[in-house]
Ligand binder design. Structure first.
Ligand SMILES: [Zn+2]
Length: 227
């Protein structure tokens, strides 16, 4: 018996099966989305072939309101959001949203960030110098000194900031994709939910009938570090 089974299943009913159901929201009414299915085109007259169907995220509406304002192919939205999240966490300046709110003294954190920036600037200078003199060992020696310092500063920041432990795994990862691929769907959902609210907007007149993921229809509302 494992004690963490409960953490990987939904509170009630079945565990989630899709990345963004109830996470993505409708761009018309703000309601959350659920998984639905749609016909892929219409059956040619006289054909007996079953109509292909595909999965979509669709507006679930709100109590007393209508739904179905927007829908988007599930794989398309998953792809757009996954790509954007991985790009976001791979950014050097990425700051992980805090799990807990309530900010205290910011001075130490600001100092740590400045120190990290200064360390990187220093290493860049050493790199240029090492290249100019064709002495790569110059850079290696400095990196051995400075990298542990940077690492320690980051760890201290993590402690000060109560960072989300799952999202923390991406920080300074060699490859965000490898970290992502090592996670379960429940963890993917947690990471997305911590970082962003994807909003599906209605199809514009000119984009009607267009195939493939339509980035213009997806607005990513990032949760900022200060929230
Ligand atoms: Zn809606």
């Amino acid at each position: 018996m494992s004690s963490d089974v409960g953490a990987t299943t939904a509170k009630r009913g079945r565990p989630p099966r899709y990345l963004l159901s109830s996470i993505a929201v409708c761009g018309v009414c703000g309601a959350s989305t659920r998984i639905g299915s749609q016909n892929a085109g219409t059956r040619p007259a006289g054909s007996k072939e079953p109509i292909q169907r595909y999965r979509v995220y669709e507006c679930a509406g709100s109590p007393g309101g209508t739904g179905f304002h927007v829908s988007m192919r599930q794989e398309h939205l998953d792809e757009i959001v996954t790509d954007a999240v991985l790009a976001r966490v791979s950014d050097m300046d990425f700051e992980i949203p805090r799990t807990l709110s309530g900010d205290k003294d910011d001075i130490e954190r600001r100092a740590l960030r400045l120190q990290i920036k200064a360390d990187y600037i220093w290493l860049n200078r050493v790199k240029e110098e090492a290249e100019k003199r064709v002495q790569p060992e110059l850079l290696e020696r400095q990196e051995q000194i400075v990298f542990p310092k940077i690492e320690a500063a980051y760890n201290r920041l993590d402690v000060l900031e109560n960072l989300d432990p799952l999202v923390r795994r991406f920080r300074r990862a060699e490859s965000a994709l490898i970290v992502w691929e090592g996670m379960t769907l429940v963890q993917h959902r947690h990471v997305v939910r911590t970082l962003v609210i994807p909003r599906i907007d209605p199809v514009s007149e000119e984009a009607r009938g267009q195939r493939g993921p339509n980035l213009d229809r997806v607005k990513l509302i990032w949760r900022t570090h200060s929230e």
